[in-house]
Write a protein that binds this ligand. Structure first.
Ligand SMILES: Nc1nc2c(c(=O)[nH]1)N[C@H]1C(S)=C(S)[C@@H](COP(=O)(O)O)O[C@H]1N2
Ligand SMILES: [Mo]
Length: 322
């Protein structure tokens, strides 16, 4: 008899990574951390998970999944989503996962400043415990036309905005990635405009879809995916999703993002996904799934129009889709 074993990407989303597996695995990992499972941790296939589990906030994962945000696509296998990354601080190619392990994420200070009632600097481990963590499965679409579907753990950025108490004049939030000269070889490429900067309008930052992700696949987020906290705006091209954030600045001036500084004819402020508006160098009509290489049609606002289209009414003069 021939038993057909389904490939990872063929398993419907609801069947993947059930909480029980997460939980057992977490217990196992905690066991290693507590020294009860022996000294072989470094030889285990998930030595990196071990390193993540030792973080002071590891007990927060997995967070409960919010089923309001599941999607009709299979989840991308973890191996793919964590080993095909864009993170120029560690190299201008997709295979930076190993190099990114050098990133120092603890302690991690987060600055909140600009047009706020009271600027503060707060330790990430303290901040994350003040925030309502949940898991959401979102589609993700890079401007280079590859796509994945992953379970983020995080909190609505609105909770961070409420915590920051911006003053009434604030119109945008500018975000900045860490600059660690000693761990980030990319910073030596002086022709790039470091630090990596991104920005959102206040309406976008407080939209219900906008997450600050601190976890991925039910564990603290891997360094290569932007530990310890990164932005997730699933209706925008991937480059808006700034990683390893150290600063949120509330401002009345529209931030000029990293990619916009490099090439403003190719990468704009809005960067909303639209299959009908091609990039100057390629079509955006289709996307290639990281899971299996399949080409599928791209959707307006990456399938999230119901949540976000209203924010852009009356803004037709803006370059909303690049
Ligand atoms: N700091 C920083 N953030 C970044 C990038 C980067 O190079 N540096 N690349 C962006 C781009 S182009 C994409 S597609 C996503 C990739 O996220 P992933 O590696 O978790 O899939 O990160 C975004 N955030
Ligand atoms: Mo990207």
């Amino acid at each position: 008899m021939l038993i057909r074993i389904r490939k990872g990407w063929e398993i419907p989303e609801r069947e993947t990574t059930p909480e029980a597996i997460y939980r057992n695995r977490r217990k196992f990992i905690q066991g290693i951390a507590a020294g009860t499972i022996g000294a072989a941790a470094s030889t285990l296939p998930f030595g990196r998970a071990f390193a993540q589990a030792a973080l002071p906030n590891a007990d927060l994962y997995p967070a409960k999944r919010n089923d309001a945000y599941t999607v009709d696509r299979p989840i991308t296998p973890k191996e793919k989503a964590t080993h095909y990354n864009n993170f120029y601080e560690f190299g201008s190619h997709k295979f930076i996962a190993d190099a990114a392990q050098a990133l120092k994420t603890s302690p991690w200070k987060v600055k909140i400043d600009g047009m706020v009632e009271k600027p503060i600097e707060i330790d990430f481990d303290e901040l994350v415990r003040k925030m309502p963590l949940e898991e959401r499965v979102y589609r993700f679409r890079c401007v280079e036309a590859w796509a994945m579907t992953v379970p983020w753990t995080g909190f609505p950025m609105k909770a961070l905005v409420d915590f920051a108490k911006p003053t009434s004049g604030a119109k945008y939030v500018e975000m900045q990635t860490a600059e660690q000269e000693d761990t980030m070889p990319g910073l030596k490429q002086f022709w790039y405009p470091w630090p990596y900067i991104e920005g959102l309008t206040m309406a976008e930052a407080t939209n219900e879809l906008t997450l600050i992700a601190t976890g991925l696949y039910g564990e603290p987020i891997p360094k290569q995916n932007g530990a310890p906290l990164r932005l997730v705006t699933p209706w925008k091209y991937g480059f808006k999703n700034i990683k390893s954030i150290v600063r949120f600045t509330f401002t009345d001036k529209r931030p000029v993002s990293y990619w916009e500084q490099i090439a403003d004819n190719e990468y704009g402020f809005w960067a909303n996904v639209n299959p009908k508006v091609p990039h100057p160098r390629w079509s955006q009509a289709q996307e290639r799934l990281l899971s299996n290489g399949e080409e599928v049609p791209t959707q307006l606002f990456n399938g999230y129009a119901d949540y976000v289209a209203d924010m852009y009414k009356g803004m037709e003069g803006e370059k909303l889709y690049m």
